[in-house]
Design a protein around this ligand. Structure first.
Ligand code: CA
Ligand code: CA
Ligand code: CA
Length: 97
């Protein structure tokens, strides 16, 4: 699985699911936690920060840190990005065009 994002073909930020607590075969207990559904990259996960900017991939508008917003589909901005990310996103678009 890639640790970067192909912005042109990117499927969008993954949905989040809740993992119930469970016991491993070795007896270790795993607490309940949220996880992002698996997609083509680990860069957009809840717990990854591959570009080391302090923003975890799931809420990072440019999770792989290459200067290109993860989604370049303008129609999806209001769905994919919280308001606080919108200004950064638009700055990224200016960069592109
Ligand atoms: Ca992912
Ligand atoms: Ca990041
Ligand atoms: Ca990017």
């Amino acid at each position: 699985m890639a640790n970067w994002i192909n912005e042109v073909n990117y499927s969008g930020k993954p949905s989040i699911s809740w993992i119930n607590p469970y016991s491993r075969g070795d007896g270790n207990f795993v607490k309940g936690h949220f996880r992002t559904e698996t997609n083509e990259t680990i860069a957009d996960n809840l717990s990854t920060d591959v570009d080391r900017d302090g923003i975890n991939g799931y809420i990072d508008f440019d999770a792989d840190g290459d200067g290109i917003p993860d989604s370049i589909n303008l129609n999806e901005i209001s769905y994919d990005y919280p308001n606080l990310e919108l200004e950064n996103f638009i700055n990224g678009i200016d960069f592109l065009f």
